[in-house]
Design a protein around this ligand. Structure first.
Ligand code: F6R
Length: 610
């Protein structure tokens, strides 16, 4: 995920910034850049690559010892990784530079207007629009120009700006992307992440949404977006640097679970038009005729990616009305699969390096199928072996057990299903508009679950010594049960099995006794009453039922022993919300058992062998 650092003081800015950027490396990036202000001139150096490769460019041969500048590490979203697309971005008159984290959703509209006004763009990024827009609004007051520009912008951002007419300041602002100010004697900092500045200061101000700051050598001033001054508390950070990389969370997995609202925003960001009921997936690589001639879709993946694909099957069949099969990549590759040029294969992978998935893709292409990659890692092997892409924009996932990538996969598959359904004339713009609205509501609904983790922790404590666990779900939430069971077994080493609830009576029911807790995903759905019958079957065998139910469900109280409630959302979007308590449950069990949550035994983050 992108990182920002800004410095103003009395030391060489590029050295401080370069060092700060190296502290942000753990977040992942594909390119980096630094811009400084020197005697009324801006010096900017940026390129694709890792910082150790860019050391000469950004450090040794930088060519300026200016003590004021901004830097950025970029994780590509709009526009491939390249020197042009790397940040900071400047306006066409060379007056200012901007580093940006987040996504500008209405950038196309703004860009078209600015191009007509004569601004020349040199990158494919959404971020560059900010540089030109601030320049457009600039009339000798940088803060006013930044505010005027941000008033026109829709989306999420943390920005840092330098301007050649203002050698005494950096200006920064945030909405939905984190940004902090670091305070020290005769020098001050801006950073997207406290890690970047911890070696210089532990005194920080956390900017809130819709806040802007002027950062000078001698001090900082914070304003709201109406331009009124705000007094902010200075906080002391007492993390060690490793804890700081984890944003204060004890494990990457927990941090990544808590990042999920933002991940959904990033996956959706800039890809929807609510007004017009439109979805834009610009790297899809499929023409209208390709989409029309598709008679069948086969989704492939491994592990969590496979379960995301299973949700995708329900989504696409419902919204596009094309038959969909979901297969394990390791099975698909060896079964002489029946695919041809009328089949669209969708390969899902967080790492883009999973050997079975790559081999399955090669097999599909050999047989003439078009292949679409739903991928997280930019420039990974899978991205080079497909006809088109839907990046999921989850950012780097460090915990071995996948959490935020799963949520991003589900979000991306929902966008894909809506787009295909719209193009094939199955869905009306009004329906798509409603779904976009619902999708955009999910982050705040998930935040409600994340605000109260103690209930889930208490359940984890109660059942942490169970030797076996059963997870049941139906329809689009059967994969939720499978993902919940996978999370539990991966990190807590408890044997957990998932079944389609209706299938339980055909065998697994024999396992149920008082020592077998059964997690049932029983949120509002077309098969809710059937699930209640399945719960009764468990009760009749003295099993203990933990029900995941929708807010306001009174009926479930008569049947389940324990309840976890989640906010009400439509059934097709419910897998995105229902998995969150299951991830938290698995996390707390493993943590209470004192296990290595982020690196469970025998597992690797990326399985590059067969
Ligand atoms: C589960 C997990 C694995 C991966 C699987 C596929 O928590 O991490 O099951 O989902 O190895 O990996 P990718 O998505 O990188 O292809």
């Amino acid at each position: 995920m992108c990182g920002i650092i800004g410095y103003i003081g009395n030391k060489p800015a590029n050295e401080i910034i370069f060092e700060g950027l190296t502290r942000l490396e753990y977040r992942g990036y594909d390119s980096a850049g630094i811009a400084v202000l020197d005697d009324g001139k801006i010096h900017v150096k940026k390129d694709i690559g890792k910082l150790h490769q860019l050391k000469d460019l950004l450090l040794t041969n930088f060519g300026s010892t200016s003590s004021q500048g901004i830097g950025h590490t970029r994780w590509a979203t709009h526009g491939r990784p390249s020197g042009f697309n790397a940040h900071p971005h400047g306006d066409s008159r060379g007056t200012l530079m901007v580093a940006h984290n987040g996504i500008i959703e209405n950038y196309m509209k703004l860009k078209n207007r600015l191009v007509q006004a004569g601004f020349i763009f040199s990158s494919q990024t959404d971020s560059e629009v900010l540089a030109h827009l601030i320049a457009y609004h600039y009339h000798n007051n940088l803060e006013e120009a930044v505010l005027a520009a941000l008033k026109e912008v829709e989306g999420a951002y943390a920005i840092a700006v330098i301007h050649r007419n203002h050698p005494d300041r950096l200006v920064c602002a945030r909405k939905e992307s984190p940004l902090i100010l670091g305070l020290s004697k005769d020098e001050n900092f801006i950073a997207s992440d406290v890690t970047a500045i911890l070696q210089h200061t532990r005194n920080v101000i956390y900017l809130d949404n819709y806040e802007m700051a002027t950062v000078k050598r001698e001090g900082v001033e914070v304003y709201d977006f109406s331009g009124s001054r705000i007094e902010k508390k200075i906080k002391q950070v007492d993390w060690n640097p490793i804890a700081a990389e984890k944003g204060g969370f004890p494990h990457f997995m927990l941090k990544e679970i808590f990042e999920q609202p933002q991940v959904i925003r990033n996956t959706i960001g800039g890809r929807t038009s609510e007004e017009e009921g439109k979805i834009y997936l610009t790297e899809l690589g499929l023409s209208g005729p390709d989409i029309f001639k598709t008679q069948r879709i086969v989704i492939i993946g491994c592990g969590t990616a496979f379960y995301a694909g299973c949700v995708g099957k329900y989504l696409i069949e419902k919204l596009v009305r094309i038959p969909v099969e979901c297969d394990l990549a390791s099975e698909f590759r060896y079964r002489d699969p029946l695919v041809d040029s009328n089949t669209l294969v969708v390969a899902i992978s967080q790492s883009g390096e999973t050997a079975d998935t790559l081999a399955a893709v090669r097999e599909a292409r050999k047989k003439g199928a078009k292949v679409l990659g739903v991928v997280n890692a930019k420039e990974s092997s899978l991205t080079r072996d497909v006809d088109g892409l839907v990046y999921i924009h989850a950012g780097p996932e460090i915990g071995v057990a996948s959490t935020k990538a799963y949520i991003a996969m589900l979000t991306a598959l929902t966008l894909l299903a809506l787009l295909l359904g719209k193009i094939r004339g199955v869905l009306t713009p009004e329906f798509v508009t409603d779904q976009i609205r619902e999708l955009k509501r999910l982050p705040q609904e998930i935040e409600k679950i994340l605000a109260e983790p103690d209930q889930i922790k208490a359940l984890a404590k109660k059942f942490m010594n169970a030797k076996n666990f059963l997870f049941l779900g139906r329809g689009i939430n059967f994969p939720t049960a499978m993902e919940g069971a996978l999370k539990l077994k991966e990190i807590s080493y408890i044997h957990a099995e998932a079944y389609a609830a209706g299938e339980m009576k055909h065998g697994p029911i024999a396992l149920i006794d008082k020592d077998m807790p059964v997690f049932v995903v029983a949120t509002n759905s077309a098969t809710y009453e059937k699930l209640i019958s399945n719960i009764q079957e468990v009760n009749a065998r003295s099993g203990t039922v933990i029900a995941l139910c929708s807010e306001g469900d009174k009926e479930i109280y008569d049947h389940a022993h324990q309840m976890i409630t989640v906010p009400n959302v439509s059934e097709i979007l419910s897998p995105i919300i229902n998995v969150i308590p299951l991830q938290l449950y698995a996390y707390y069990v493993a943590d209470l058992k004192g296990l290595n949550v982020d690196q469970p035994r025998n597992l690797a983050k990326s399985v590059t062998v067969e």
